[in-house]
Design a protein around this ligand. Structure first.
Ligand SMILES: [Zn+2]
Ligand SMILES: [Zn+2]
Length: 351
């Protein structure tokens, strides 16, 4: 099998040829059909996150990411071999890989929230090898979701950007009869816009500093868009909302978006922090109690939420977000384009 590995942080990926492993026990081997390129892959590739306030950057090496690593956590594959203990999937099945694995044994994992495991994170494509390859091994068939006819290329991003936005919107579900303010109109933002509508929401005011991305959001049906870099951005957001804002989702996660996301909220509002751009918290502490604001972090989503999302996509016949197919061998170009902010929608690698 062929894979493209990070062998040094920030360096070009290395093409590696090795014998295709045979699955043992409960393992399932899939031939990769599509692998989404996610913004968080840039952080893995770069080796960490900025934390702001002069703090030492959060190092992924310190958090247990070891090299060489095959990235790729948005993977769809066709089952080509199964271990002797596997039940429920057969050779030929096309499945979406749920990548947010934990230890699988603790209370949190057994409750179905492996993405929140506090014992050990085993996320596929981050802590073990993922989908930037022509084959992938998954430890158990329960992590393989039946796509039932959905297109592998456009469905791959549901494993990360899809379930991340779905889970974030569920956290402001009480407020979706009003406009929700969404920061960031890249791949996640367009996905959020689409899902919000499918979940019965009124719609979103999309904030982005990039005019191309704002145009894409308008085309995708945003209620309004605002340039987050404008001096009067806060005023524009509040005017365009036409009433008190209760829910905001920050898909960028820098000090500027977190500040605007907080400031635009009415009393009792909620800011859901999703983006991992980096920086320090900008909020004046007394305003958090005085406005009774909830600030909630949201990290990917559970296996159950991923299944709910796929069911929703099928039931509501949700149109896919724009994707650009990129040959697997051009993975470096895809990462560099993403880094430069040149991609609209999502790049999906196809072997
Ligand atoms: Zn991701
Ligand atoms: Zn666990």
């Amino acid at each position: 099998m062929k894979s493209f590995k990070v062998t040094e942080f920030n360096g070009p990926l290395t093409e590696v040829d090795m014998t295709t492993p045979q699955p043992t026990g409960s393992q399932v081997l899939l031939k990769v059909k599509a692998a989404g390129v996610c913004h968080s892959d840039l952080h893995i590739w770069e080796g960490g996150y900025e934390l702001g306030h002069g703090r030492k950057p959060l190092s992924l090496k310190d958090r247990g990411v070891t090299l060489p690593l095959t990235m790729g956590h948005e993977t769809v594959g066709e089952v080509v071999a199964v271990g002797p203990d596997v039940k429920g999937v057969s050779v030929g099945d096309v499945r979406l890989v749920y990548p947010w694995l934990g230890c699988g044994k603790c209370e949190t994992c057994l409750a179905g929230d492996e993405n929140m495991c506090i014992v050990k994170t085993n996320s596929i494509g981050i802590f073990c090898d993922g989908g930037y390859a022509d084959h992938i091994t998954v430890p158990h068939p329960r992590y393989l979701l039946d796509l039932r006819g959905l297109d592998p290329v456009t469905a791959a991003p549901y494993a990360c950007s899809g379930v991340t936005t779905y889970s974030a919107i569920k956290k402001v579900e009480a407020f979706i009869d009003r406009p929700i303010v969404i920061f960031g109109a890249g791949g996640l933002g367009l996905m959020a816009l689409t899902l919000l509508k499918a979940m019965g929401g009124k719609g979103a005011i999309m904030v982005d500093i990039d005019a191309t991305k704002r145009a894409a959001a308008e085309k995708a049906g945003a209620l309004a868009t605002v340039d987050g870099g404008a001096a009067d951005a806060l005023q524009q957001i509040m005017t365009k909302a036409g009433g008190p804002i209760r829910g905001a989702i920050d898909l960028v996660g820098n000090s500027a978006t977190a500040q605007l996301g907080f400031d635009c909220l009415a009393k009792g509002g909620k800011l859901v922090m999703v983006g991992l751009f980096g920086g320090g918290a900008p909020w004046a502490l007394p305003l958090i109690p005085m406005k009774a604001i909830t600030i909630q972090g949201s990290y990917v989503g559970s296996l159950h939420e991923t299944q709910e999302l796929i069911d929703l996509v099928r039931e509501k016949n949700i149109a896919p977000i724009p994707v650009t197919k990129v040959p697997l061998t051009k993975v470096d170009d895809a990462l560099n384009d993403l880094k430069k902010g040149k991609l609209v929608g999502r790049a999906v690698l196809v072997p």
